[in-house]
Design a protein around this ligand. Structure first.
Ligand code: EPU
Length: 307
């Protein structure tokens, strides 16, 4: 805790001036799909228009914050967070159509947004249907699956810039989308994205959605607690195949295990801790480095700040 955060009762009181909900001491294990991580004070933003004021308030008090999206690609340390975790409240009317364009609020579920678009005969992003998490999270790291990356469809992004405290609308020329990374800063908070999709009959899109779901079910441990792929694929290599070839499927550290379905997934089998997962990741990195001469880079976002 920083000095400014010692008085949490005062902080809770100060936050009453904003359209936010104060949820102190939330266990990150309950807010992440990997189900590990210690406590954090969460502030749920009910109205994103207040972000400039809330950002200004935190800055003036010297209170650090981080953005928590859907928690589906996040690994948080067991000791928890000293910064506030900001979270956008889900928006009920999070999708607006305008011809082939659709504006989706960042807090919307990505899978649900893909389905809503399909119902409006808009396709192109069916590959993303099974990617868990929010649209904002997907955008932040240019989520991709089955040959589709969200960045390819972006026409505009409304974002709150942590660095300037302003809300800006960015055109795609102003954003770099690469494999599982973008030019957005860690303290940029996505508010909404406008995508330009491909007009297609609903039935065709649904066919593609079914295909992708089938492939995913067959190759990934979708019903287990995980954060998706733990490492990126180094250029020219498949991380899952390398770890599998090393015979490491099923390897355990404490309650964490390398999935027996896909070797680039760590699953939380029995009340794993974040430390179990960090240790298992170290083993994976070391063995792959030694045998294949490649350095694995984390795909999962790790919050490992010190207290
Ligand atoms: N393979 C194995 N053993 C394994 C896993 C994979 O031999 O345990 C082989 C497969 O048979 C295949 C190759 O490795 O020949 C590639 O595997 P897969 O098609 O499952 O794709 P991937 O490269 O492992 C990537 C993304 C996934 C995404 C899928 C489908 C990364 C790190 N992973 O996986 O994304 O869902 O393609 O498009 O880019 C994620 O982002 O969290 C994620 C899981």
């Amino acid at each position: 805790m920083t000095g400014a955060m010692n008085n949490r009762a005062q902080l809770a009181k100060d936050l009453e001036a904003f359209p936010v909900r104060w949820k102190p001491g939330q266990r990150m294990s309950e807010l992440t799909s990997l189900a590990v991580g210690g406590p954090a004070d969460v502030v749920v933003i009910e109205d994103p228009q207040c972000l400039p004021d809330v950002g200004h308030f935190f800055r003036s008090k010297g209170i650090p914050w981080r953005l928590l999206g859907g928690g589906s690609n996040l690994l948080v340390r067991d000791e928890g967070l000293r910064s506030i975790a900001l979270q956008l409240a889900p928006e009920r009317n999070g999708v607006r159509f305008d011809g082939p364009r659709v504006e989706i609020s960042a807090a919307a579920s990505l899978g649900a947004a893909v389905t809503r678009c399909a119902k409006n005969n808009l396709g192109g992003i069916a590959g993303l249907v099974g990617v868990p998490g929010t649209v904002g999270g997907a955008l932040h790291m240019n989520a991709g699956a089955y040959g589709t990356q969200i960045g390819e469809f972006v026409k505009a992004v409304k974002v709150f810039r942590g660095s300037t405290g302003e809300i800006e609308v960015l055109k795609p020329e102003g954003i770099r989308f690469e494999y599982r990374q973008t030019s957005f800063a860690a303290d940029d908070i996505m508010l909404s994205v406008t995508l330009e999709l491909i007009e297609r009959p609903y039935e065709r899109i649904v066919e593609r959605i079914k295909q992708c779901n089938q492939k995913r079910r067959a190759s990934q441990p979708i019903s287990e607690k995980s954060a998706g792929c733990i490492f990126k694929n180094p250029p020219g290599y498949s991380t899952g195949k390398m770890i599998d070839d090393l015979g490491m499927k099923g390897l355990r550290v404490g309650g964490a295990m390398i999935s027996d379905r896909h070797a680039n997934f760590i699953v939380n089998r029995q009340e794993a801790t974040a430390s179990d997962i960090f240790r298992l990741m170290d083993v994976m990195r070391e063995r792959v480095g030694k045998s294949f001469g490649v350095e694995l880079e984390e795909e999962v976002i790790v919050w490992r700040e010190s207290p």
